[in-house]
Design a binder for this molecule. Sequence first.
Ligand SMILES: Nc1nc2c(ncn2[C@@H]2O[C@H](COP(=O)(O)OP(=O)(O)OP(=O)(O)O)[C@@H](O)[C@H]2O)c(=O)[nH]1
Ligand SMILES: [Mg+2]
Length: 340
Amino acid sequence: FLNGRIDLSQAEAVMDLIRAKTDRAMGVAIRQMDGNLSRLIRNLRQEILDALAQVEVNIDYPEYDDVEEMTQRMLLEKTELVRASVEQLLQTASQGKILREGLATAIIGRPNVGKSSLLNQLIQEEKAIVTDIAGTTRDIIEEYVNVRGVPLRLIDTAGIRETEDIVEKIGVERSRKALADADFILLVLNQNEELTVEDEALFEAAAGHNYVVVLNKTDLETKLDIDRVRELAGENPIVATSLVNDEGLEALEEAIKALFFAGDIDAGDATYVSNVRHIALLHQALEALNGVTTGIQLGMPVDIVQIDMTRAWDLLGEITGDSVQDELLDQLFNQFCLGK
Ligand SMILES: Nc1nc2c(ncn2[C@@H]2O[C@H](COP(=O)(O)OP(=O)(O)OP(=O)(O)O)[C@@H](O)[C@H]2O)c(=O)[nH]1
Ligand SMILES: [Mg+2]
């Protein structure tokens, strides 16, 4: 990067490649390393630069009487063009981010239903403590797992219930937050117990998210009203498991895969934006471009509008590292040295 052989987004892609958790994430990183994103950004910056240059020419050598109007129309057109591309890129962001960081998957449920057992089974490791004491998990436990090509960032949470225990209370708060931030939810129920109001509340909390219902403890007698669960779950898949006996995991993995690869999140040839830094810059650039459009519509002088246009150019340049502060570079490259 320092010798100008690759740009910043390509250097960042090297980091992504090292950290890639699935083949698809690797594909996205490799394409970015090849310079897919760089080329796109460079073209957009060129468009902006052309527009800015044209503005100067029009102002310095007005060929027509209506130069002001001409300039504004040209600026509007260019801005629209660039904005459409930026928006398109941003549309890939949520998927790109998932491919890179994994779906934030919250395992939620009442105490003792088997949430930590589920985490352990999925990662094939005794990572979370499992006991028959309700309220065992008090803090968030995170672990990556690749479920049939779907990258999940599993988040085991404290069982949600009303509690007076101060540590557990904090845990429950964190669970609620994890739930709110989740891309995907595994809602665990103990089918050996009747459905409680807390269980019903979980369905409400999960509404609006993608989720799979896990009916655990099928080795024990069924006391749960399955029809009611079906009603609550609606379109969301329901899978029965006996986690102590290693049963039902295949079906669960299949359900997860079907949910996310139904249309297939194929990395294909598309350019994905997956890096939060890039996503933030694109959002800011979009704002600046919107500023150009509104400025023109409000009849602001061209030199004011130019400021927003130049800002968009700068912001896009930060993605490729063309316009970037040294401190930021230090910070980014330090990430290469952070152990694994
Ligand atoms: N019979 C039976 N017991 C199970 C099953 N899955 C988990 N358990 C038991 O249920 C108890 C609670 O399991 P955990 O995985 O700790 O439950 P949890 O939901 O994480 O509980 P908290 O962390 O307290 O919220 C343990 O004793 C497990 O061995 C199952 O499929 N069948
Ligand atoms: Mg637990």
